[in-house]
Design a protein. Structure first.
Length: 260
């Protein structure tokens, strides 16, 4: 009988010890205070809310850039006759791009390849002449007769951007930063002049200039808030084919509007 009572007491003691151990484990597992638990739940809720808004947030699939476009060139180039080429400050253009935004897991980073159209107009007081030796520029004889004197270049571009966004606010606005590059193939190159002599207005458009480079490539950057951004691009390739024109590199700065 004593043995039976001993075994029963031993079993009860073991069960009590096991229960105590489980209680200790639970306490260790949930050792946060009530205030800490509430704070943790609030943080998780806030993170889930940001994640949800990031999912709904505009992916900037569509972009329109209004740019000031110009060339960096050697002022003493032998193919520029009659003084400095001096492209006008108001030389301008437009980019229209559509991109696919691929978010990297659940981070604020994304990768965005795209496709688009670009057009730039370079205004100057020099006439562009193309002959068997290539392209060269000579100063206009009577610049006051010219109302318009420009070179237009049009490209099909493939832009690629690596994007970073801050957390969106209550209106789903945030700061955006993008860096990348674009490569383009030339679709068209032409000149346009508009003169007025003795009250007679004349417009001339000339196309087919094979000595312009067929391709362009260079880094680009975009930074801004919400749908409004500043953008810049530099062409590392020469505007003209090798030894067929003055050495010139394109650069452009402007404003960009993004959406969708």
């Amino acid at each position: 009988m004593k043995k039976i009572l001993f075994l029963i007491s031993l079993f009860i003691s073991f069960a009590a010890f096991t229960s105590a151990q489980d209680s200790v484990k639970v306490v260790k597992k949930n050792d946060l205070t009530l205030e800490q638990q509430v704070k943790k739940v609030e943080q998780q809720k806030k993170a889930a809310d940001v994640q949800k808004r990031f999912t709904k947030f505009s992916k900037d699939r569509f972009a329109v850039d209004f740019i000031f476009s110009n060339w960096i060139y050697n002022k003493n180039d032998s193919r520029i006759v009659g003084g400095d080429l001096k492209p006008k400050w108001y030389s301008r253009g437009v980019n229209i791009y559509f991109s696919w935004d691929f978010r990297i897991k659940n981070s604020r980073f994304s990768f965005a390849p795209g496709i688009g159209y670009s057009c730039s107009n370079i205004y100057s007081r020099h006439e562009m002449i193309e002959d068997s030796a290539g392209i060269h520029f000579t100063a206009l004889a009577n610049p006051t007769d010219y109302k318009v004197n420009k070179i237009t270049l049009q490209y099909l571009d493939i832009p690629v951007e690596f994007r970073i966004k801050t957390n969106p606010d209550k209106l789903d606005n945030c700061w955006k930063f993008a860096i990348g590059f674009k490569a383009g193939v030339r679709l068209d190159a032409h000149t346009k002049t508009k003169t007025k002599i003795n009250n007679v207005t004349k417009v001339d458009v000339e196309r087919r200039f094979p000595d312009f480079a067929q391709f362009r490539f260079g880094p680009m950057i975009r930074i801004g808030y919400s749908s409004f951004n500043l953008t810049a691009y530099y062409g590392v390739l020469n505007v003209f084919k090798k030894d067929r024109g003055p050495k010139a590199n394109e650069f452009a700065v402007g404003i960009s509007f993004n959406g969708l």
